[in-house]
Design a binder for this molecule. Structure first.
Ligand code: CAP
Ligand code: MG
Length: 428
């Protein structure tokens, strides 16, 4: 089979085939069809030369590049190519060797149409947006979270003191940072035990539910033990750095979390190594869709206005693929059709350089079915974390009720101090 055998413009994929949308940019001297054929071949069952063991039966499993629109190419994959229920195998196929092909100058996996049998083969979120809101008894407004900063270095005692201030100031969730796990100055078990004791105190004082996104990131068996500790100590959430731990660990931890009744917060640290370049790598849409299928309850999607690259059309597309059940093809934002078949929703998390002055922007962009995380934007408040938390809550109230922040700040000193300190600046 030559590479162009993996191109068939007359092919109309069935509803049961997986379709991948790629941005394919060939090197000089290679045609787009040649390049697309190589991608379809290498990501299904072809290689660089004919093999005598190829047969008509095996040929039927070959992927087909069938639709071309500029550098955009759709490739259809027979479902039998995949092991249902295995996210590592899906990524090893359509996000595997192909990025290294010499014939390509650039290649980016932009989006996927997931066929019904593949969607059914994954559990989806255990709690979903409804379940997360039930845990916190927060019905309508965005859920607020804060990472105690400096992100790593505080002792357990310092961490827990900051946690108390954050919770009583008005933030719902304390969150570990992506690289805080169990360091010599802040051991995991001690941190969780002392933080949850402080959580109980903060709940009593505020009359509000409070919880903690505990980062269990570690080698799998250690993650399992840490999740068990969180459950034993009365926690409701675990946080996992899903890309540095990998799809296999996440699938196994989804089962562990189910057994323990814990919600999963997905941190996406490492994603920008391959999602940022619009011409090469894998889009954050594919990461978010894979994570929703495997079953995370919340995941970071960016802010548009904060310190980390997150373009508007990407952030809104992420929110749609995480919160909606069905989506028609949206060529503008390069979203292929979706049908999550009633799987629970995953809550988009907006985080990265946020502070009270940016809360109205985030709500304008993402609506209220979100979590907003502000670390520096709370711990950096001139009056301290409790006031920083209060300022976030006040900004949220004002934005939810259409009151200009300046107006509301007139008789809310914490918000006034935050606006005097940061105004509406967009950090870079
Ligand atoms: C934000 C954060 C988050 C980023 C992750 C940080 O802190 O804790 O990890 O939001 O990026 O370490 O930068 P600040 P994303 O609130 O102090 O900025 O949400 O885009 O995945
Ligand atoms: Mg962080």
């Amino acid at each position: 089979m030559s590479y162009t055998d993996f191109v068939d413009k007359s092919h109309t994929p069935s509803n049961d085939e997986l379709v991948a949308l790629f941005y394919v940019e060939p090197v000089e001297g290679i045609s787009l069809e040649e390049a697309a054929g190589r991608v379809a071949s290498e990501s299904s069952n072809g290689t660089w030369t004919e093999v005598v063991t190829m047969s008509d039966r095996i040929r039927k499993l070959s992927a087909k590049a069938y639709e071309f629109n500029g550098f955009w190419v759709k490739i259809a994959y027979p479902l039998e190519l995949f092991e249902l229920g295995s996210m590592p195998q899906v990524w090893s196929s359509i996000a595997g060797n192909i990025f290294g092909m010499k014939a390509l100058k650039n290649l980016r996996l932009e989006d996927i149409y997931w066929p019904p049998d593949m969607v059914r083969s994954f559990p989806g979120p255990g709690k979903g947006i409804k379940g997360v809101r039930e845990i916190l008894k927060v019905e309508k407004r965005p859920i607020l979270a804060t990472v105690p900063k400096p992100k790593v270095g505080m002792t357990t005692e310092e961490h827990v003191k900051a946690a108390y201030e954050i919770w009583v100031g008005g933030v719902d969730l304390l969150k570990d940072d992506e690289n805080l796990t169990s360091q010599s100055f802040n051991r995991f078990e001690e941190r969780v035990k002392e933080s949850l004791k402080m959580r109980d105190k903060a709940e009593k004082e505020t009359g509000e539910r409070k919880s903690y996104l505990v980062n269990v990131t570690a080698p799998f068996y250690e993650m399992k033990e840490r999740a068990e500790m969180v459950a034993d100590l009365g926690g409701e959430f675990i946080m996992i750095d899903i890309l540095t731990t990998g799809w296999s660990s996440l699938q196994a931890m989804r089962e562990v979390a189910e057994d323990l009744g814990l919600a999963i917060h997905a941190h996406r640290a490492f994603h920008a190594a391959f999602t940022r370049n619009r011409k090469h790598g894998v889009s954050m849409k594919v990461v978010a869709e894979s994570a929703r299928l495997v079953g995370v309850d919340t995941i970071h999607v960016g802010t548009v206005v904060g310190k980390l690259v997150s373009p508007l059309e990407e952030v809104t597309a992420l929110a749609d693929v995480l919160r909606k059940d069905k989506i028609d093809e949206d060529w503008e934002r390069k979203v292929l059709p979706k049908n999550w078949m009633g799987k629970k929703q995953t809550l988009p998390v907006s985080s990265g350089g946020l502070h009270p002055g940016l809360v109205p922007d985030v709500l304008r962009i993402l609506g209220t079915e979100i979590m907003i995380q502000a670390g520096g934007g709370v711990l950096g408040h001139p009056k301290g974390p409790r006031e920083g938390a209060a300022a976030m809550r006040q900004a949220l109230y004002a934005a939810m009720n259409g009151i200009p922040l300046e107006e509301y700040a007139k008789d809310h000193k914490e918000l006034r101090a935050a606006l005097e300190h940061w105004g509406y600046m967009k950090p870079v």
